[in-house]
Write a protein that binds this ligand. Sequence first.
Ligand SMILES: [Ca+2]
Ligand SMILES: [Ca+2]
Length: 277
Amino acid sequence: MTRGLALGLLLAAYPGAADADGMMLVQAGAFWMGSDTDDPNEAPLHRVYVRDFWIDRHKVTNAEFARFLNARGAKSPEGEDYFDWDDADVRIHGPVRGDPARGPAGPYASDPGFESHPAVEVSWFGARDYCLWLGKRLPTEAEWEKAARGPDKRRYPWGDAAPTPARAIYGRQYNATAPVGATTPSGESPDRVQDLLGNVREWTASEYRPYPYAAGDGREAAGRFARRVVRGASHDDPLETLRVTFRRHYEHRGVARGHHFIGFRCATSEDLGEMAK
Ligand SMILES: [Ca+2]
Ligand SMILES: [Ca+2]
């Protein structure tokens, strides 16, 4: 029995433990975070140390998120919707129309044809609790940028060459998402993480605060309704906004609502061995 198989069986026996299948290791080290030549909120370019972590190779899909909703229901412990079930842009539905007072009725399923597209209209609470359900967590914005950037100062996950439709999903019509991994391998990061720039933006764990980034200054321990950083780019974002340093956040209970242009992926600091595929 290989070490990987043994670990897989061990993890399968403990629901809630993170599983290395589909996760990529980003090795500990310092990296260049931010930019001195773009939006002021990305400055300064500075060195940030990040410990070993693993990150999902692809964004969470509609089929995956529907499984979570069927296991855990559609509201968080604090009563927040996990996804905007009554939003016309959502790609997950139950068999009957939801009750506005109680939320949607399960069981939930991805709309046909969208099973492998990234989940959209997911609130930050939905993203947070999906990751917890699998024994994972959301990545910090520093982890996200290190996964996208590697050890150099590159502008895109694949390097400094200009974006093309083979490298990233961008510049499309509203709601024209693509299956996850559609830009593999051209759009991969140095650690072979897929789709970090394009298709949909991604929730992170971090509170939005000015740089320099410091994991220990409270931004990773913020209250649940804090403004959260959203990273990456969406299928309907223009070319000019594509870069790994771009930072966004949403005001006024922004974490409680989903959007057609935001999805997410999970991370973990657990040592999962060397078995990523
Ligand atoms: Ca919405
Ligand atoms: Ca919407």
